[in-house]
Design a protein. Structure first.
Length: 373
């Protein structure tokens, strides 16, 4: 009888332990078969879960920016939103202003002051740069993520679209439009916008972008050096970002470039002190300064708009300046500075934190909490 031959793979003998084990099985420890592996998983997974739940909570506190907008327009198939304040009795060739919101998106801050400009007889538009997502200033995590991730190119395109929409209004005087006022994050945006367009005036309130304008020969000046109109910068003596020293260097560069300007550093205040709550509440601690600063803005715009666009002395120069496009790393730097400073305010109870003295803002926060919790 012929012997039965059996083929045996010798390499498999004694190597049963090397067989791949299924991932979804009961582990010796919580996440792994070794203490070291389990600890590493805990160090990685637990923080990720924590930030995931924090993100969900932050997302739950957002709301459509259309809560604070009243006009919309289509650009390349995309619907954009903005808040438009219209003067009670507009006439032909009415001046106008473009306002830029702070780090939390569309809010009462920018719409309130747009309405104040309409009372002065101007059109005022505030574009939604975060595309229909907004939240309260206290939603720190969401605001940080938004500021750091929003595309600068997209914001430029959206603010340009708002500019085009504003100029399409029959009574608006295209030669008398200001970039700003912009507040904090918006203060940086107003300077960037003015660097791309030749405008009648520019108003920036405590935006960090002045760091790029401390050198009179910097390319960041863009169209600002074309003499598009006077520049108003408002800052707080107790602010750290931007600091009073940065504001003074900005002023020195303005002088060197022979640009008409007014740089004012207010004593006894820090960041974000021009707020609806302070402006409305005569009993609030910051009322006097907020009113004084806002009155300075309205006087400045009145003077700028009343100046004949064909003759502003040395401030008007026939230059061919290319609109300035902010490099990615510069944009990211100022986004980071904004995120750090605005977040800090809520832990030091300064700056943006003080806006919640406004009863309406506190009411909005309670409403959003009740809605989602």
């Amino acid at each position: 009888m012929k012997a039965l031959e059996v083929s045996v793979d010798e390499s498999s003998i004694g190597n049963n332990n090397n067989q791949k084990k299924p991932f979804f099985r009961r582990k010796k420890y919580l996440f792994a078969d070794t203490i070291c592996g389990c600890c590493c998983c805990c160090v990685t997974v637990v923080p990720l879960l924590f930030f995931f739940f924090m993100f969900i909570i932050a997302w739950a506190q957002t709301f459509p920016a259309t809560k604070f907008t009243n006009v919309k327009y289509d650009v390349d198939g995309t619907t954009l939103h903005a808040y438009l304040a219209t003067p009670a009795n507009p006439t032909k060739n009415t001046p106008a202003a473009i306002l830029f919101h702070a780090w939390n998106g569309m809010s009462e801050e920018v719409t309130y002051f747009a309405d104040r400009l309409a009372e002065e007889g101007y059109y005022a538009i505030a574009p939604d740069l975060f595309r229909n997502t907004a939240t309260t200033g206290t939603n720190i995590l969401w605001n940080i993520l938004t500021v750091l991730t929003v595309s600068e190119t997209r914001m430029d395109a959206d603010s340009d679209a708002a500019f085009k929409y504003l100029k399409s209004i029959q009574d608006v005087d295209e030669t008398r439009i200001s970039s700003g006022p912009g507040f904090c994050f918006g203060g940086t945006q107003s300077l960037k916008f003015a660097a791309r367009h030749k405008l009648a005036a520019t108003v920036t309130c405590y935006g960090t972008y002045i760091r790029e304008l401390q050198d009179a020969d910097a390319a960041a000046w863009g169209k600002l050096k074309e003499g598009g109109g006077p520049i108003l910068g408002i800052y707080g003596m107790d602010d750290t970002s931007p600091s009073p020293e940065q504001a003074k260097k900005f002023e020195e560069a303005l002088v060197k470039n022979k640009l008409k300007h007014n740089i004012t550093i207010y004593e006894g205040v820090g960041h974000a002190f021009i707020q609806p709550g302070y402006h409305k509440d005569s009993q609030s601690k910051g009322h006097a300064t907020a009113v004084k600063a806002w009155n300075q803005i309205t006087r400045f715009l009145k003077d700028a708009f009343n100046t004949n666009s064909s003759s502003t002395g040395s401030n008007r120069r026939a230059l061919s300046v290319v609109p300035y496009v902010v490099p990615f790393h510069i944009s990211l730097y100022h986004k980071l500075q904004c995120a750090l400073k605005c977040s800090e305010d809520y832990f030091t109870h300064t700056g943006h934190w003080t806006q919640h003295h406004d009863k309406q803002e506190r009411s909005n926060i309670r409403t959003m909490r009740n809605k989602f919790f």
